[in-house]
Design a protein around this ligand. Structure first.
Ligand code: SF4
Length: 275
């Protein structure tokens, strides 16, 4: 199985038990998707959800919003910050009151506030197009897992292949949830990650820690104890030769082990595991 396919399958399998439930997640209504995408910019999702519910109840379609006033929109938006988002949303509603999403498809960028990410979100969630929504969380996952420097370019090249036989909304939601719960920007949970065995970042990290461990005091201590478990009265020089450890390194480690009560040194030469 190629890596893209493995990535997709593992991610979708993981998402079965880890999907975050939000009221807009099953909708295909582009207006609802547009609203949540604008509200969720720079806003934490749980908080965005509360505002989304309030807006969609009052303005179930763009025509209703277009009949409102900027003042009313800003009042409802109060507490979310970045008021320009509310203004752009209101301006978009006026355009959409005259021209529906279907008539401007796929050029959603003509709406104020719609950048490449929001456009992709509309194409995927409302129109089931084979596009991967490329927000910072998604780009981070691709950078880490595939070890690529330019995740956007990589996604554009591979998205049709990755999304073959799968609804893009399902995959994009899985990616978002995975980025929020596992492959987080700080302290990703690599040890609990279903993608860990094929993830380039994790493989690289393991190599680096193995290299750091090689020849370290910790490794030498482990080797000595392991040898002494199956051998008694061992001379230090035997340890040097058998375990191929430099004399200058081994003596202070043995002294430390003795101080910790792990080994006994007899006649300044023979050592064994202390009883
Ligand atoms: S192993 Fe770590 S870095 Fe790689 S995808 Fe999983 S959480 Fe992200």
């Amino acid at each position: 199985m190629n890596r893209e396919k493995e990535f997709k399958n593992q991610l979708l399998k993981w998402s079965k038990d880890n999907t975050r439930k939000y009221s807009w997640r099953n909708t295909k209504d582009p207006w609802k998707i547009y609203l949540i995408e604008i509200i969720a910019q720079q806003t934490q999702l749980d908080r965005a959800d509360q505002y989304y519910k309030k807006f969609i109840k009052k303005f179930p379609n763009p025509i209703d919003m277009s009949k409102s006033t900027k003042r009313e929109i800003l009042e409802m938006w109060s507490g979310l910050g970045y008021n320009s988002r509310a203004v752009r949303m209101f301006e978009s509603s006026k355009i959409l009151a005259k021209r529906s999403f279907d008539t401007i498809y796929p050029h959603f960028e003509i709406l104020p506030g719609v950048g490449p990410y929001t456009k992709d979100a509309l194409l995927s969630f409302a129109y089931d197009e084979k596009v991967i929504t490329k927000d910072t969380n998604v780009l981070r996952i691709f950078t880490r897992f595939f070890g690529v420097e330019n995740p956007e370019k990589f996604i554009l090249k591979n998205e049709k292949n990755i999304l073959k036989n799968v609804h893009s909304r399902k995959f994009n939601q899985a990616l978002m949830d995975f980025g929020a719960k596992v492959c987080t920007s700080q302290k990703p949970l690599c040890n609990e990650c279903v993608l860990e065995s094929n993830c380039q970042k994790f493989i690289q990290y393991k190599k680096q820690t193995q290299q750091a461990f090689k020849g370290s005091d910790r490794e030498i201590r482990g080797k000595i104890i392991k040898y002494l478990i199956s051998n008694e009265n061992v001379e230090i020089s035997t340890l040097n030769k058998t375990l191929e450890i430099e004399g200058s390194k081994i003596k202070p480690i043995i002294k430390k082990l003795a101080n910790e009560g792990m080994v006994n040194i007899k006649n300044k030469k023979l050592i064994e595991i202390s009883s």
